[in-house]
Design a protein around this ligand. Structure first.
Ligand code: ATP
Length: 256
């Protein structure tokens, strides 16, 4: 269990031809076991922010802490799920889920027990011996999620994990993620382009400005736990969706 503190973080990419300020003194505090969804204009720096928290990139200025530790590189306390599948095609579903635990040196029996627990939580227990090519896109995403959880992180960083899925598969993944989080809460940063996804899953939705990204506004999501898909049809959900869409349109127009 850990909170995340992003304190006046800037990130400048410098190549031979170009200098890009992706983030400019961005600050954000995320509480332990909170789900924060991040939306913003395309190319504003959302993935950069996530990669900085993951430790894949180093800030040009500012600091990021997870719990009491300052981020100084990737670590087992953080697991990342990307849009692209990260499953190994030559490993079975259960072996994929156990992979990170093997790297961490856990014994065979514990790996098997933990893999089983997370396969059950994501609804894949019957597919433990299947290989990725036998799975649908949504099922492969469930494997990614189970593997991320099984590696025992304190923080989950999700970068448009369901971005390539069709609407119905996506909805099923929202419910799957919600179920796993309910069984085992985590501090989650979830980057998405999908406002409904952000509102359905998040405790808060952070709207970023165009590049260089800063936090434009933060929307508190009042729907509690155990959300069902019908929620989206309700007036409160619709009003928040419209509010965020309006903000995004505004920041987009200001930058254009
Ligand atoms: N390694 C890199 N080298 C140079 N520039 C980079 C690098 N990574 C990202 N950028 C630039 O930083 C800016 C922010 O990119 P980033 O991928 O973080 O945006 P994003 O908000 O996640 O975009 P999208 O919504 O389209 O996924 C972009 O202009 C991008 O071209």
């Amino acid at each position: 269990m850990a909170d995340i503190s992003i304190d006046r973080v800037s990130k400048v990419f410098t190549t031979a031809r170009k200098r890009t300020v992706a983030l400019n003194e961005t600050s954000l505090a995320i509480a332990t076991d909170e789900i924060v969804c991040v939306v913003g204009p395309s190319g504003c720096g959302k993935t950069t922010l996530l990669n900085l928290v993951a430790g894949f990139l180093e800030p040009t200025a500012g600091t990021i802490s997870v719990g009491s530790r300052e981020v100084a590189g990737p670590g087992a306390d953080r697991a990342v799920v990307f849009q692209a599948d990260a499953v190994f095609p030559w490993l079975s579903v259960a072996e994929n889920v156990a992979y990170g635990m093997r790297m961490q040196g856990l014994g065979r029996a514990e790996r098997a027990a933990r893999a089983e627990r997370y396969l059950e939580l994501v609804g894949l227990a019957d597919f433990r011996s299947a290989y990725p090519k036998e799975l649908s896109g949504g099922m492969r995403k469930r494997v990614d999620l189970a593997r991320a959880y099984a590696s025992g992180p304190e923080v989950l960083l999700l970068d448009e994990p369901f971005g390539a899925l069709d609407l119905f598969t996506k909805e099923a993944m929202w419910l799957a993620l919600q179920g796993v989080v309910r069984a085992e809460p985590k501090t989650i940063v979830f980057v998405t382009h999908d406002i409904e996804e952000a509102l359905f899953l998040g405790d808060r939705v952070v709207v970023m400005t165009p590049r260089p990204a800063r936090v434009h506004s933060v929307v508190d999501v009042p729907f509690g736990t155990g959300r069902d898909l019908e929620l989206r049809a309700g007036p409160e959900f619709q009003a928040l969706r419209n509010e965020i869409a309006h903000t995004l349109r505004e920041v987009h127009d200001d930058a254009a």
